[in-house]
Ligand binder design. Structure first.
Ligand SMILES: NC(=O)c1ccc[n+]([C@@H]2O[C@H](COP(=O)([O-])OP(=O)(O)OC[C@H]3O[C@@H](n4cnc5c(N)ncnc54)[C@H](O)[C@@H]3O)[C@@H](O)[C@H]2O)c1
Length: 309
């Protein structure tokens, strides 16, 4: 298949591109390197530096590549920056996505797989583990834009017949995650303790999240493209892990015992989040396969090697 991966120079997109290449697909990555790095683009993929907000660039790319599948991972991918600059979040996550979806419809793309968010969508009152049926209540500009794209996809399928999938990711972690961003506690803590520095925990560390390994997420993307189901699916483990437990697992893998510093709890942080992925198991035969400690050990090993720590 001919495949376009948007944001393929970023963390998750690079894993999706890598998996597609390993299955013999022809992969073209588009990324403007806002947070991504050329070195993340896997060998064998063609890299096009470009901005998905530019409709002409998107049209030219689709005209050249004639993709069968699109994996749309490019985004302003963090919650807090979207509060500070909702315009930038809106332009990348909404306008950029609309450019891609509209062009994909024009080009009769067979499957459009979109990286949505579970954590930013369901809000603080959702029962745990949350299923797709629970009403979405985004609590940030990021959550609003990520979710809105699902409605565009639904609209374009009902009116123009394009098959799609919106995967609502839980908290994704693994090699190549940016440790300088504000999201990605595993990447940040791993680099911090390996460098011998004290990690900062905001609040008391009891906040629980659902951590899913990036390679499992890549597989969910591939199965989504291969399958015939259209719609929304959570991709998650359903298991709650606290920030303190994350740090303990990282320290065990890194062989460190560094005391954390505790900072003020961040406004808008929800105490618990875990998503049920039963529907993904039923519709695309997907389940998370990488146990937490194994994923953490791999991430710590990668961090150590990558940063020479
Ligand atoms: N990491 C998580 O835990 C998580 C959770 C839920 C959803 N997601 C979603 O998964 C996707 C990937 O996230 P990630 O963690 O890999 O983030 P990331 O920042 O590593 O990757 C995003 C990529 O998009 C690129 N990009 C940004 N704006 C662009 C533009 N205008 N044109 C072209 N490329 C652009 C960036 O340079 C980067 O390479 C995003 O859509 C994000 O919202 C991530």
């Amino acid at each position: 298949m001919r495949v376009i991966v948007t944001g393929g120079a970023g963390f998750i997109g690079s894993h999706v591109a890598e998996l597609c290449l390993s299955r013999g697909h022809e992969v073209v990555v588009i990324d403007n390197l806002r947070t991504g790095k050329v070195e993340n683009v896997p060998e064998g993929a063609r890299f096009v530096e470009g901005d998905i907000r530019d409709l002409e660039t998107v049209k030219r790319l689709f005209g050249e590549v004639k993709p069968d599948w699109v994996f749309h991972q490019a985004a302003q991918a963090a919650l807090r920056p979207s509060v500070i600059d909702p315009w930038e979040d809106m332009s990348i996550n909404l306008l950029g996505s609309l450019n891609l979806i509209h062009t994909a419809v024009d080009r009769s793309v067979a499957k459009f797989v979109y990286a949505s968010s579970g954590g930013a969508s369901y809000g603080p009152f959702a029962p745990v583990p949350t299923s797709e049926e629970f009403p979405v209540q985004p609590n940030s500009p990021y959550g609003i834009t990520k979710h809105s794209v699902e409605h565009y996809l639904d609209f374009y399928e009902r009116n123009f017949g394009m098959a799609w999938m919106a995967l609502r990711y839980a908290n994704v972690y693994g090699p190549r995650q940016d440790s300088e961003g504000e999201a990605g506690v595993v990447a940040i803590f791993s680099r911090c303790v390996l460098a011998g520095q004290q990690p900062t925990i905001f609040g008391d560390g009891s906040q629980k999240r659902d951590y899913v390994y990036a390679k499992d997420i890549a597989m969910a993307n591939l199965l989504s493209a291969e399958g015939s189901y259209s719609g929304v699916l959570n991709v998650s483990t359903g298991i709650e892990t606290s920030v303190l437990e994350v740090l303990a697992a990282i320290q065990e893998a890194a062989g460190t015992t560094i005391e954390p510093v505790f900072g003020e709890e961040r406004v808008g942080d929800i105490p618990r989040c875990a998503l049920s992925s039963d529907l993904a198991a039923e519709k695309i035969g997907w389940r998370a396969t990488v146990p937490f400690r194994e994923g953490i050990a791999k991430t710590v090993a990668w961090t150590k090697e990558h940063y020479g720590l």
